[in-house]
Design a protein around this ligand. Structure first.
Ligand code: KG4
Ligand code: ZN
Length: 341
């Protein structure tokens, strides 16, 4: 089966071509630089940029894969959640292509697709469903922070999510308070590598709460007051590194502790993680350390597939098509593992 997948839920325009579990191409045009000027994603600009980028990216994806549209058996696109005006560009482009080719079209749940990126591995990348195990999956990015129980392939249950800010948002906003460039998460992570995580103590919200929910807005506020009360602190490079390391440690501690606790409670053999924040060096190290000591297998999405991409959309769409055996009709009615939020 050969399938074209599209992702345009936020600030990445991505087109991938998947054939029988292999990622033949996965092109991503990131808009980060454009939005940096405004300190965050501007929805109107994002959708205009998707419009501009879609055809060049789609053509490049076909060229990389060495196929033309006539070889496609299906088309899939992210249906949500995301910025409505951004989603519409990729979604309608996918619908139009499927309509013209008279092939099935699948609308895919963005978060559900993130669950599958840790199972795409190798070079060239392909889906590794032979190793698939029930897992607790952490999806952590600028827009979402959630824990999902993946009971089996295509069988998911949302355990908890953030009640306010996402973890990536907390990284970005605290980095902004320190004057770091947007998006601050990667920069804060880089500087934290040179700092002492025990230098300062920041709150670890909901860490002992019995729910699987997260909350990061209190941590952001604590950093705001801390910086207000220590106005000259960041003049010294080493203090900046130490504050970065301490903030990062607080966020990572909550993410790791709640993920491992859920995995042990549900007696799953495996933990997975994906979403932009999974690029965080400390999160990767700490998840590995915690999984090793708890006897859990860890599957982390590769850095390229942590952030938004169409390959994960295509891999999930292919699984859904194979499971449902629908190859002839227009199908926009695939029910996600949980409701669209
Ligand atoms: O998945 P993603 O590309 O987009 C969505 O938000 O859906 O994630 C982007 C987020 C941003 O908040 C960014 O700062 C964060 O992931 N991020 C990081 C790192 N790399 C990306 N946060 C902490 N450390 C990193 N190394
Ligand atoms: Zn995402």
């Amino acid at each position: 089966m050969t399938l074209l997948a599209i992702e345009s839920s936020c600030d990445e325009t991505s087109v991938a071509i998947i054939r029988d579990g292999s990622v033949l191409s996965n092109r991503v045009a990131s808009q980060i630089k454009m939005h940096a000027e405004y300190g965050g994603v501007v929805p109107e600009l994002a959708s205009r940029e998707h419009l501009k980028n879609f055809l060049p990216i789609a053509n490049a994806a076909f060229a990389d894969a060495g196929i033309t549209a006539s070889s496609l058996d299906a088309v899939a696109a992210t249906r949500g959640p995301g910025l409505p005006s951004a989603l519409l560009i990729g979604y309608h482009a996918g619908q139009a292509l499927a309509f013209v080719l008279e092939k099935p079209f699948l609308g895919i749940h963005h978060h559900e697709a993130h669950l599958y990126s840790p199972w795409i591995a190798g070079d060239p990348p392909r889906a590794d469903f032979d190793s698939f195990r029930p897992s607790v999956s952490l999806i952590v990015s600028g827009g979402h922070t959630m824990l999902v129980h993946v009971e089996a392939e295509l069988k998911h249950r949302l355990l908890g999510s953030t009640v306010d800010d996402a973890a990536g948002e907390c990284f970005d906003k605290t980095a902004k308070l320190m004057g770091l460039p947007y998006p601050g998460g990667p920069e804060l992570d880089r500087l934290a590598e040179r700092g002492d995580a025990n230098a300062y103590s920041f709150p670890t919200p909901l860490i002992h709460d019995k729910s699987d929910d997260f909350s990061f807005s209190g941590l952001k506020t604590a950093v705001r007051y801390f910086l207000r009360d220590h106005p000259r602190l960041l003049d010294r490079d080493q203090s900046l590194f130490d504050v970065c390391a301490s903030i990062r440690a607080a966020i990572v501690k909550v993410l790791v502790s709640k993920t491992i606790r859920a995995a042990l409670r549900l007696r799953v053999p495996c933990v997975t993680a994906s979403g932009g924040v999974t690029c965080n060096l400390e999160l990767r190290r700490e998840l590995l350390r915690a999984c090793e000591s708890a006897g859990l297998t860890l599957r982390l999405a590769s850095n390229a597939l942590c952030t938004d991409n169409a390959a994960m959309i295509g891999i999930l769409a292919e699984r859904k098509l194979l499971a449902r055996g629908i190859l002839t009709s227009y199908d926009d009615d695939i029910v996600p593992g949980w409701s669209l939020g």
